[in-house]
Design a protein around this ligand. Structure first.
Ligand code: MG
Length: 462
């Protein structure tokens, strides 16, 4: 069933348009009446200019619904996700628009286990929102807000999960680019507590995000890279606006977006543990499989989206999850992506290695990837997928967890319908650049044919 308000990660939009005090208040009442029969809600906000306004509106709505509120303040999303089970709250709301531009904001709804609510619950909340039947409590049953800071406990938990002594002895230096977001509040402090010398960049909270923008894309990280090489730092790390993701740069000032840094964590964590179960979305690189084969582990594929990875980790008792966008999920800490945990684990990996980060990452095989997209009307997307499945003759295996993934002996092609736009995304990977170009050419041709045939079928008189 299609959702109207929830996207891949909660509800988001431009403030003053969809996202305004009235909307978040009504949505909060819908959440309160669907999810909780009284109880407690924990709330956190990111550094956006509109966050305090929206927070006040959300809190008012929950109190009027008879629900206690714990305000954990301005925090990264993973810290709120830690706080919900830690404080035994029944749910959490993070006011954030993650990596979106400053004019955006939104709500991530966290379940009692610290993981974002699943699609089934999202649909129920939307139905409740549309019905607009709220039961505000009487005047003398309105609840109160308590303020609590759990950052010390959160940092302590991370420190207890890495080899503190080893990291301290290594005398590492790191550059942290907080991107003016809430990661700035935790990562420099955490790394310093671990004995890492930290040079902080864009770590002043500012809802205009004037430093390098909210999203840590490689071409916005050149200052972080040049500082790293200038001062001879061992690594650098950049967060998105709510710091659930971490993008790493090496000692030579090269950014490793996603797959390779996740592969490094996979190799380290699986190599140390008896639990060798790893979860990753269907779009991840074959490097993940190479490491699973090396370490004798087990891999579980999910649809694209962090909620699927988290839920699969719980279901299969996995130790680690990873996404190519820089999302790292470390089970012993919490089964959600956490940019601070990733930074601490990176320090641990480097403290245990004679090699530099550049050398460690160069050891991995290189795969060539290509991305493209094609316009496709919404109403034929299902037919297009069926056509692809029936006509991908050269594929050795077809996986349909999310879109259609065609596996070949020397690479793969993933064809996914967008959930929000009338397009198909085509994503390929191969061992050589030439082969990747061939896969993309074939993939585009296959999707074009499928669209043409599906439109033809639609126009045929019955
Ligand atoms: Mg984020």
């Amino acid at each position: 069933m299609k959702r109207k308000y929830f996207g891949t990660n909660g509800i988001r939009g431009v403030v003053g348009e969809r996202i305004n005090p009235k909307f978040v208040s009504r949505m909060s009442s819908a959440i309160a009446s669907y999810m909780l029969d009284k109880g407690t809600m924990a709330i956190g906000v990111d550094s956006r200019i509109s966050s305090p306004t929206l927070k006040n509106s959300i809190i008012a709505s929950f109190l009027a619904n008879g629900i206690e509120v714990i305000d954990v303040g301005m925090v990264p999303t993973p810290l709120l996700q830690f706080a919900v089970p830690f404080l035994k709250a029944d749910m959490g709301i993070m006011v954030t628009a993650s990596h979106n531009p400053p004019e955006f904001n939104g709500m991530k709804i966290i379940d009692s286990d610290g993981i974002e609510i699943d699609i089934h619950k999202q649909i129920q909340i939307e139905q409740q929102y549309e019905k607009e039947e709220y039961q505000y409590v009487s005047w003398n049953e309105n609840k109160k807000t308590a303020k609590m800071d759990v950052s010390t406990e959160y940092i302590e938990q991370i420190i207890n999960l890495v080899d503190f002594e080893k990291i301290r002895k290594k005398n590492l230096t790191a550059v942290v680019d907080g991107g003016n977001g809430v990661g700035s509040l935790i990562t420099p402090l955490l790394l310093r507590k671990l004995g890492v010398k930290v040079v902080s960049l864009n770590c002043q909270l500012d809802g205009n995000f004037p430093g390098r923008g909210v999203e840590p894309v490689p071409d916005k990280l050149s200052l972080m890279n040049s500082i790293t090489t200038e001062i001879g730092a061992d690594f650098s790390v950049a967060h998105d606006g709510d710091a659930d993701r971490a993008i790493f740069g090496d000692n030579k000032g090269h950014i490793h977006f996603g797959d390779k840094s996740i592969a490094l964590f996979e190799k380290w964590v699986l190599g140390q543990s008896d639990n060798k179960k790893f979860v990753t979305p269907i779009s991840s690189s074959s490097i993940m499989v190479d490491i699973i084969n090396e370490e004798g582990g087990e891999i579980f594929w999910t649809p694209v989206g962090c909620i699927y990875v988290s839920r699969k980790m719980i279901e299969k008792n996995c130790i680690l999850g990873g996404e190519e966008n820089g999302g790292l999920f470390y089970g012993p800490h919490q089964s959600v992506r956490d940019g601070m945990m990733a930074a601490a684990l990176m320090a641990e990996i480097l403290a245990n290695s004679e090699k530099s980060l550049n050398e460690l990452l160069s050891d991995f095989p290189h795969y060539y990837q290509r991305k493209n997209k094609l316009q496709c009307p919404e109403n034929i997307k299902e037919d297009v997928m069926q056509y692809i499945i029936l006509n991908a003759e050269e594929a050795e295996e077809i996986i349909t967890i999310d879109g259609v993934k065609l596996l070949f002996s020397d690479g793969w092609t993933l064809i996914r319908p967008s959930g929000t736009e009338p397009i198909f995304r085509i994503f390929v990977e191969a061992k050589t650049a030439e082969k990747a170009d061939v896969f993309m050419k074939n993939g585009l041709e296959l999707v074009r044919n499928a669209i043409e045939k599906s439109i033809g079928k639609l126009q045929k008189p019955t």
